[in-house]
Write a protein that binds this ligand. Structure first.
Ligand code: DO4
Ligand code: MG
Length: 275
């Protein structure tokens, strides 16, 4: 079952049928530990409607914070060690990849997040920018994973590489995060064979394509959540990006006008333009 947020209501997709939800506020809805059961048992009273168009879909976020895990794939560890080696930061990434405690950082507040088909930004003071395609967890205030969406952790690699202490500037800025197109509502873990793919096109030509699977994710989502919720409360729940396993070659940087498409098959495709 998929859950969409629009300007007028929330919508549920079950099979190929769409239903308009009731007037429950988004923050109240996504805070429910029984989200799947609630939506399933409500379908009979929801009105069937025509399929939503892409332009109607908003980022599936209300007032939740967005957090992110880092260096959870070997590919990310490698890329970070390389970008920070002249600054002497390389060792940190190797150590955090191997450590028991994961890297977790605050990625965005809701106003810095864009939805599907909206423009993500690259920083004016960055010279080396990339998208990071990441499986993203919806977590309730009690710490239960109740759904999955797609996240793009837009990152300024030159700023991050200059000094690991610049991470918040490399990661957190206006339109630095995209979420969507929907929430796949399910409390069950996704299979390890789940594929995450990234396509970047420029003036109609593919300039980068890459893929990975959850097999390569070094940490269990539930473990990331357990660390995130230690001495930390989320009254409306939160989103957690689980890290990138796809990093374009070092010569690649995003440019205005590039089209980014991230696909995770059970969820869908998150498409954004850089601008
Ligand atoms: O340590 C820097 C950030 C890592 C990150 O965002 C990732 O691995 O996805
Ligand atoms: Mg990331």
């Amino acid at each position: 079952m998929k859950l969409y947020r629009t300007a007028i209501a929330y919508f549920v997709e079950e099979g190929s049928q769409f239903f308009q939800g009731d007037d429950t506020a988004w923050d109240v809805l996504v805070a429910r530990d029984d989200l799947a059961e609630f939506l399933q048992s409500s379908l009979a009273r929801f009105r069937p409607v025509k399929p939503l168009s892409a332009s109607e879909m908003l980022a599936p976020i209300g007032s939740q914070e967005v957090w992110a895990a880092g260096v959870t794939y070997y590919r990310s560890r490698d890329a970070r060690m390389e970008e920070s080696k002249s600054a002497g930061g390389g060792d940190f990434y190797d150590r955090v990849y191997a450590a028991e405690r994961p890297e977790l950082f605050m990625k965005a507040t809701a106003h810095r997040v864009v939805g599907p088909n909206r423009k993500v930004a690259i920083r004016d003071d960055a010279k080396w920018s990339v998208p990071e395609p990441e499986l993203t967890l919806l977590i309730t205030p009690s710490g239960k994973i109740t759904g999955y969406t797609i996240g793009n952790d837009m990152s300024s690699r030159d700023i991050e590489g200059e000094n690991p202490l610049y991470l918040p500037q490399a990661k957190v800025y206006d339109r630095s995060c995209a979420l969507g197109p929907c929430i796949l509502v399910s409390a069950a873990p996704l299979p390890k064979s789940t594929e995450i793919s990234l396509d970047i096109s420029r003036a109609g030509d593919t300039v980068f394509r890459g893929a990975t699977t959850l097999e390569a994710l070094k940490r269990e989502p539930a473990t990331l959540v357990e660390y995130l919720y230690r001495n930390n409360s989320f009254p409306s729940g939160c989103f957690l990006l689980t890290g990138t396993g796809i990093v374009p070659p070092d010569a690649f940087t995003l440019k205005a006008g590039d089209e980014i498409r991230i696909t995770i098959p059970p969820i869908g495709t998150l498409g954004n333009q850089v601008g």
